[in-house]
Design a protein. Structure first.
Length: 321
């Protein structure tokens, strides 16, 4: 057995992009997740890999970055030679590159779920929607008999969505089941097409939809990231940028880094217009959170930002040591 081959995005010259990013997930029986954690954490830290990996009895999920050599070694460890054995065979894996370190720390976390929906007995290994390849996605979502649903949260949908998609305006994925139950109009069309960033949320979302009585349920295989990687911009039905959970903040077609930045006070992605707003202060506030913060909050954030700026001037890193 060999580790999953890099996607086409990984053919970018490595000397131009020193950091290789690996996003992966797999629903698999890992009853020994707690016992696996130390070896996985040690392997990553020994190779200066940073990011977050979540282990749960239902599988693994996460995104990490490091040198190309370190990430290739981790793929070998996860899928071939390490303590997971063959349990992660067939994992959904996507590779991309970055010019600067996308993560500040390495974290291996134990959780009850690798993606938290909060509904018991939802098992994507037992029942799940029909996978749709990026090449076939445009035809499905252009079909007038299809309702397209974005399963992500409001701060993600704010910067990009598929044309014509329904936005549930959820704050967390836990709100999604109630949104479905309350929107009886979803039964008005025979087909439901769902998508998310990398595909993992749709594994549970489509399983839930089928449990709720929806028959024709589809989801974008590999998520938005795979679509942006494979579909040329001139053929794309994607509008905007895709939020990612690392220091790049957003990516666009070809998985190129977007123009968004992150508000360090509220973690909301910011457009250039947001940054130009008088309500924006680096590390302190932005138009999305200014009204919800007290002056004490802003004073505390200014002190934190000052320490970060001083560390940067000394050539040090205030966060992520």
């Amino acid at each position: 057995m060999t580790a999953p081959a890099p996607s086409s995005a990984a053919t970018v010259p490595q000397d131009h992009h020193p950091y290789k990013v690996m996003a992966l997930y797999k629903f698999a029986a890992l009853p020994d997740a707690e016992a696996l954690k130390p070896a996985l954490a040690q392997f990553c830290c020994a190779r200066a890999i940073r990011g977050t990996l979540i282990l749960a009895p239902e599988g693994i999920n996460g995104t990490v970055a490091g040198t190309p050599e370190a990430i290739d070694a981790l793929a070998e460890f996860l899928f071939v030679s390490g303590p997971f054995g063959a349990r992660l065979t067939g994992a959904e894996v996507k590779y991309s590159f970055a010019d600067t370190a996308p993560f500040l720390r390495m974290k291996v976390r134990l959780k009850k779920e690798i993606v938290t929906m909060g509904v018991e007995d939802i098992d994507p290994t037992r029942s799940v929607g029909t996978y749709v390849a990026p090449a076939d996605w445009n035809a499905l979502i252009s079909d007038p008999d299809t309702i397209v649903i974005d399963t992500r949260n409001d701060y993600e949908t704010a910067i990009g969505m598929f044309k014509g998609a329904v936005d549930p305006n959820t704050k967390t994925f836990r709100e999604f089941p109630d949104w479905v139950r309350e929107n009886t109009g979803l039964h008005n069309k025979p087909k439901i097409a769902m998508y998310c960033t990398g595909g993992i949320r749709c594994e549970k979302a489509t399983a839930f939809m089928k449990e709720q009585g929806f028959d024709e349920v589809y989801h974008l295989k590999g998520g938005i990231l795979k679509y942006l990687e494979e579909i040329p911009q001139e053929e794309s039905l994607w509008e905007g940028a895709c939020f990612v959970f690392d220091e790049r903040v957003s990516v666009t077609h070809g998985l190129e880094e977007g123009e968004h930045r992150l508000c360090r006070a509220c973690r909301h992605p910011l457009t250039p217009e947001d940054i130009a707003s008088p309500l924006y202060e680096a590390g302190v506030s932005c138009p999305h959170c200014h009204a919800t913060r007290s002056e004490d909050d802003r004073l505390r954030f200014r002190q934190r930002q000052k320490q970060m700026d001083l560390a940067r001037q000394r050539g040090e890193r205030h966060l992520g040591k």
